[in-house]
Design a protein around this ligand. Sequence first.
Ligand code: AP5
Ligand code: MG
Ligand code: ZN
Length: 217
Amino acid sequence: MNIILLGPPGAGKGTQAKRLEQERGMVQLSTGDMLRAAVKAGTPTGIQAKAVMDAGELVSDAIVSGIIGERLDMEDTLKGAIFDGYPRTAAQAESLDTLLSERGRQLDFVIELEVNEDALVERVEGRFTCANCGEGYHDKFKLPKVEGTCDVCGHHEFKRRPDDNAETVRTRMAEYRAKTAPILPFYEAKGLVRKVDGMADIAEVGAQIDAILDGKA
Ligand code: AP5
Ligand code: MG
Ligand code: ZN
């Protein structure tokens, strides 16, 4: 099964993708995470992407579709891909169709996380992740069970993203409204879109997604 998680910054795409990875053995394909890894490694792609990401704008379609294509050639993605933060433009949606059909694969669902933008700034500003395994947390909504210790791997260091400040989040939301939300009709026409209430708590959002994947919603 291959699915897209679609929603603005802080909607919960990464949170739900990581859970599906742990519970269903699917593979999270987050272009944001891949770009951040490229920035950290100082690759040519990373050097080009850094300023764009820090400004909250979109990296070029050619770069992100290129990295998704390379990733889809790795065999683990045959277990099922969760596209998180990709596609984000009409051109990327077209590219994804081509990348999948070239490999004899197809999309099963596009899950839209419906959220109230006003609540998202708080979510994004409170977010932090384990510096070792990437598990996501939140100052208010999802603290580690033992303070200062990652629930998943036991690591003690955490990090925050440079683009997680109120001003950049506003730009990221504007980009979502202008360029990403308009791709929904493309998938609606294919009958692939399912909506979940992204304002519910994390477990409830997960339950709604599971019901869709299990054919019960
Ligand atoms: P990316 O990394 O994709 O960021 P984003 O889309 O802005 O989304 P986020 O990661 O901020 O949100 P999320 O939905 O994953 O939320 P999360 O689950 O963490 O992209 C970053 C940048 O890279 C872009 O701005 C762009 O420059 C570039 N880029 C990436 N992909 C690209 C592409 N395809 N094309 C061009 N450029 C691209 O949740 C947020 C917080 O809320 C967490 O702390 C979590 O614990 C908490 N939370 C989650 N769910 C709930 C809930 N239901 N209730 C309460 N709290 C919750
Ligand atoms: Mg994310
Ligand atoms: Zn960890």
